[in-house]
Design a protein around this ligand. Structure first.
Ligand SMILES: NC(=O)c1ccc[n+]([C@@H]2O[C@H](COP(=O)([O-])OP(=O)(O)OC[C@H]3O[C@@H](n4cnc5c(N)ncnc54)[C@H](OP(=O)(O)O)[C@@H]3O)[C@@H](O)[C@H]2O)c1
Length: 321
């Protein structure tokens, strides 16, 4: 099979298209013939932080859609040829990928096979962090930073469809107006305006944050009593100033998580929950596909370069011929 490999630490140019043996599914796994793969920021971090040398090349890619090509030994719910999308733990930028069967989901009603590749990583992450951990519920005030990111567009659409008041930040006025068109009540251009000043009248219940750094102290001040601040990254810096009295006075919770290193059992259990809670909402139109651009699979380097430009709004996909 053809696959894109990170051969060494570096810029997009270190991604190489190579011919590799097609993997065989083990017991409990399926082999997916990939139709499309979603790009995620984590794919870029894997490339720029790769530290273990060119002897162990890595195939990036955390989400795919495609059809079931083969099933490993043992019982499985999936039939050969069945269309699925799946959360994978690397390996998505390839013609074929093996994945634990429990990490596959059916294609939601109304979505094409290719579009469904844009769902797993952001839906799993937003559901786990904002809804399960952050206990986000109808009527809450919710702030998600980076509103135009893949994570942002899923969080805005899903939360606003569930009766949650969504606020967001983004890096341009144009992105802000676009986030409002997706359902955000107010989007603030953090490059030209102090988002804390713009939201201080609200009283936020849950913040989904991938920025950290200088945003942390502002986030803490924006939260109301019993508010939850959930981290999924620290793009503005891993070190932050916090005001401990703010946390005590309002009984705040600060937490966070990383999805990629979690076990297959955890991801499969999460997939089951998402299939019963989020999938019906998607089928009812709570989320529409927001695909900014689709690149041919062979142009993975150009696709990653585009993501790094931060010009995109929503998801970027690679598609197989
Ligand atoms: N922990 C987890 O399990 C998990 C899972 C998935 C994703 N994530 C994280 O969630 C974030 C979004 O992922 P994604 O794949 O959706 O990303 P993405 O589509 O590439 O979007 C990232 C956006 O973040 C904004 N941004 C970049 N640097 C920033 C900074 N210093 N301050 C404020 N905003 C900044 C940019 O938009 P602007 O123009 O608005 O600046 C950029 O478009 C990433 O940080 C990723 O690592 C974590």
């Amino acid at each position: 099979m053809k696959a894109i490999l990170i051969t060494q630490k570096g810029g997009p140019e270190v991604l190489e298209l190579r011919e590799l043996p097609t993997p065989a599914p083990a017991a409990g796994e399926v082999l997916i013939r990939v139709k499309a793969a979603g790009l995620n920021r984590s794919d870029i971090y894997s490339r720029i932080s790769k530290s273990y040398g060119s002897s162990t090349p890595e195939i990036p890619g955390l989400e795919v859609s495609g059809t079931i090509e083969a099933c490993g030994p043992g019982p499985t719910r999936w039939a050969l040829g069945e269309p699925v999308c799946a959360l994978v733990t690397g390996g998505g930028y390839a013609e074929y990928v093996t994945v634990p069967a429990g990490q596959c989901l059916p294609i939601p009603l109304g979505w094409s096979l290719e579009e469904a590749a844009s769902l797993p990583e952001t839906v799993f992450t937003v559901w786990l962090n904002a809804f399960r951990t952050g206990r986000l519920k109808s009527g809450d005030n919710f702030l998600v930073h980076a509103g135009s990111s893949g994570i942002g567009v899923t969080a805005i659409q899903l939360a606003s469809a569930m009766g949650i008041h969504v606020y967001t930040t983004a890096g341009s006025d144009e992105k802000c107006r676009w986030c409002e068109s997706l359902g955000a009540i107010r989007a603030i251009n953090y490059k030209t305006q102090d988002f804390e000043a713009g939201l201080k009248d609200i009283g936020i219940d849950v913040i989904l944050d991938m920025t950290g750094g200088d945003f942390t102290i502002k986030n803490l001040r924006l939260l109301r009593e019993e508010g939850r601040l959930v981290y999924i990254n620290s793009m503005r810096g891993k070190d932050s100033q916090i005001d401990i009295r703010e946390i005590m006075n309002k009984r705040l919770t600060i937490t966070g998580s990383m999805l990629k290193p979690r076990s297959a059992a955890f991801k499969s259990e999460l997939a089951k929950e998402i299939e019963t809670t989020v999938w019906p909402l998607i089928a009812q139109g709570a989320m529409k596909p927001i695909i900014d651009k689709t690149f041919p699979f062979e142009q993975a380097a150009a696709a990653q370069q585009y993501m790094e430009s931060n010009e995109h709004r929503g998801k970027i996909l690679l598609h197989m011929r």
